[in-house]
Design a protein around this ligand. Structure first.
Ligand SMILES: [Cu+2]
Length: 139
């Protein structure tokens, strides 16, 4: 009799545990989706143009900062990213991509192309003082 009661008790506990963790999991899923939607609303990343085994994209520097502020690239494909500074009202007079040892001056209205082969991950491109930033999303 006693052992049977114990079994029932254990069974009830298990069911409660499963229900609780399922609820917690559901909640965390909801939370992540909320965050995702928010960041998607901000601005979707721009895609690079794929051509002849290479990829190219242009980023403008204007009074809003880098535009696009995030750029999607393919891993392992040589990339040419051209930066054009369109305003003097910015501190982004150079562009730095630390992970790829890129540090280039950006003369006004003069396109500057940086070349590198991106590897998978997320990288930051920034002004010389690391204040104005953009993101490379490499997949
Ligand atoms: Cu700056």
């Amino acid at each position: 009799m006693n052992s049977r009661k114990t079994l029932i008790a254990i069974g009830a506990l298990l069911i409660a545990a499963v229900t609780l963790s399922a609820a917690a999991f559901g909640a965390s899923q909801m939370c992540c989706m909320g965050k995702k939607n928010k960041s998607e609303k901000q601005r979707p990343p721009a895609e690079a143009t794929q051509q002849d085994g290479a990829q190219a994209a242009t980023v403008e520097i204007n009074d809003k900062g880098f535009e696009p502020s995030s750029l999607k690239l393919k891993a392992g494909t040589p990339a040419k990213v051209t930066f054009v500074r369109k305003t003097d009202e910015t501190c982004a007079k150079e562009v730095v991509i630390k992970e790829y040892k890129i540090d280039r001056k950006l003369p006004l209205n003069e396109p500057v192309t940086v070349e590198f082969t991106p590897r998978k991950g997320e990288f930051t491109f920034a002004c010389g003082m690391d204040m104005i930033k953009g993101k490379l999303i490499v997949e």
